[in-house]
Write a protein that binds this ligand. Structure first.
Ligand SMILES: NC(=O)c1ccc[n+]([C@@H]2O[C@H](COP(=O)([O-])OP(=O)(O)OC[C@H]3O[C@@H](n4cnc5c(N)ncnc54)[C@H](OP(=O)(O)O)[C@@H]3O)[C@@H](O)[C@H]2O)c1
Length: 303
């Protein structure tokens, strides 16, 4: 568990906070901004004039990303190092923003990881932390930041789900698909509740893109066997997320034509004619390749 977000902020006061670029601009807070999709989101929002609050556990990586976008776009950045598997994490982020007088206009619930294997193969504490990170933290961050957004009549919330949250789970990475499905339903209910307030909610559902998540989840070997066309460009995923939340009223968006087609096929019960089409074989390949440990088990998907 990470301690001392206050320490990081106060240490950096006069350095990070001295950057006055973009005064008066809107601010977006991004979880998991130390790399991968979160870093791409930081870039796209900064490019569009937003000041950025970057949060994750690794301070050095956060600093790297912040330096990059400050130099590139002259926006103001704020770093908050916090562990979102810690139940106190979301409240710490909120309190730190309050203390710094930062009004959060956009929230990107992006931080995430994946636990490989079957449910009983992992100790409960790891599952507990996973649920805290993937479900409770995004829910609580929305709960904390939304009232301010509603009051000001403007808010943009993206919950980073996954393509796998939209399809039938097959076992292995058991909680991952379930958590991503939760984010979709949460976003849909929420978007309904917030209609007319100026606050929009989007569940973004990308297919695979290359990131540290695959190393962390120990499945680089497996994903590297997938055809290159299965991998989305991470910057494009972020660009599309930005475009959807800013310029449309869509509440659920699946990135990538191939994943949109696979989802449509599953919904229209294409499995009855499985084996006939190339796309079906991709879906099968994902399912059969992503076994938890190479044993001959029913497989699972994660991405
Ligand atoms: N990669 C894919 O194929 C794919 C596909 C669909 C959806 N997604 C989703 O996209 C999101 C971003 O993942 P990514 O692929 O970009 O992975 P990534 O490169 O591993 O980034 C994950 C981010 O989450 C942060 N994080 C992890 N555990 C945390 C914790 N306990 N507390 C605070 N921050 C934490 C990490 O930062 P620190 O380690 O510094 O804390 C990192 O910034 C995730 O929600 C993932 O499920 C990924």
């Amino acid at each position: 568990m990470s301690k001392g977000i206050g320490k990081l902020l106060s240490k950096k006061k006069g350095k990070l906070y001295a950057i006055d670029g973009n005064k008066g601009a809107r601010t977006v807070l991004i979880t998991g901004a130390s790399g991968g999709l979160g870093a791409s989101f930081a870039d796209v929002f900064a490019k569009n004039g937003f000041n950025i609050v970057l949060t994750a556990r690794r301070k050095d990586k956060l600093r790297e990303q912040a330096d990059k976008i400050e130099k590139k776009y002259g926006v103001r950045t704020t770093l908050i190092s916090v562990d979102l598997a810690d139940p106190a994490g979301p409240q710490k982020i909120f309190d730190e923003c309050e203390e710094q007088g930062i009004e959060v206009d956009g929230l990107i619930n992006n931080a995430g990881l994946a636990i490989p294997g079957f449910y009983q193969e992992t100790e409960w504490e790891k599952h507990r932390d996973f649920l805290q990170l993937m479900i409770t933290a995004p829910s609580q961050l929305s709960y904390l930041f939304e009232p301010g957004m509603v009051k000001r009549g403007y808010g943009r919330i993206i919950n980073v789900s996954s393509f796998v949250g939209t399809i039938t789970p097959t076992g292995s990475y058991t909680l991952y698909g379930a958590a991503k499905s939760y984010l979709i339903k949460f976003s849909q209910a929420h978007a309904e509740e917030l209609k007319g307030t100026g606050v929009k909610v989007l569940a973004l559902c990308p297919g695979f893109f290359k990131s540290e998540l695959h190393d962390e989840a120990d499945k680089r070997q497996i994903t590297s066997q997938l055809p290159a066309r299965m991998f989305l460009d991470v910057d494009k995923v972020a660009e599309e997320g930005y475009d959807k939340i800013m310029n449309s009223d869509e509440v659920v968006y699946v990135n990538g034509r191939i994943y949109q087609l696979m989802g449509n096929m599953e919904r229209s019960n294409f499995s009855k004619i499985r084996g006939k089409g190339q796309l079906r074989s991709y879906a099968d390949r994902i399912r059969t390749n992503l076994t938890s440990d190479g044993r001959n088990k029913q497989s699972g998907t994660n991405g």
